[in-house]
Write a protein of this length. Structure first.
Length: 107
């Protein structure tokens, strides 16, 4: 397990690296415990055309970015954080109502 690394969870976006190369983006649709203790069935929606849903059986560390292998091929999930808005929240009037600006027709 990687210390201080956020574990990817449901609705998170991940970049899947195969053979140490970024290969595709996926959204984590669901995570269920597997019958094998400390393993999870992770449903990934591959964001490509066409959309494809896959299920991988992973350990918690794999969801934190630890490398694992599939058939001898190195694979790693990289959590992609959501964009943090740098713009201030919209300003509203003190009474909570917005200002209506009438549109004028040309012609």
């Amino acid at each position: 397990m990687l210390l201080g690394v956020r574990m990817a969870t449901i609705n998170d976006l991940v970049l899947v690296h195969i053979e140490n190369k970024p290969t595709f983006f996926a959204r984590i649709n669901d995570i269920h415990p597997d019958v094998k203790k400390n393993w999870y069935q992770v449903e990934l929606l591959v964001l490509g055309v066409p959309l494809q849903s896959i299920v991988w059986i992973l350990e918690e560390g794999h969801l934190q970015g630890e490398e694992f292998t599939m058939g001898g091929t190195p694979v790693r999930l990289e959590y992609i954080p959501p964009k943090v808005s740098s713009s201030p929240p919209p300003v509203t009037a003190a009474d909570g109502k917005g200002k209506i600006i009438p549109l004028k027709r040309k012609g």
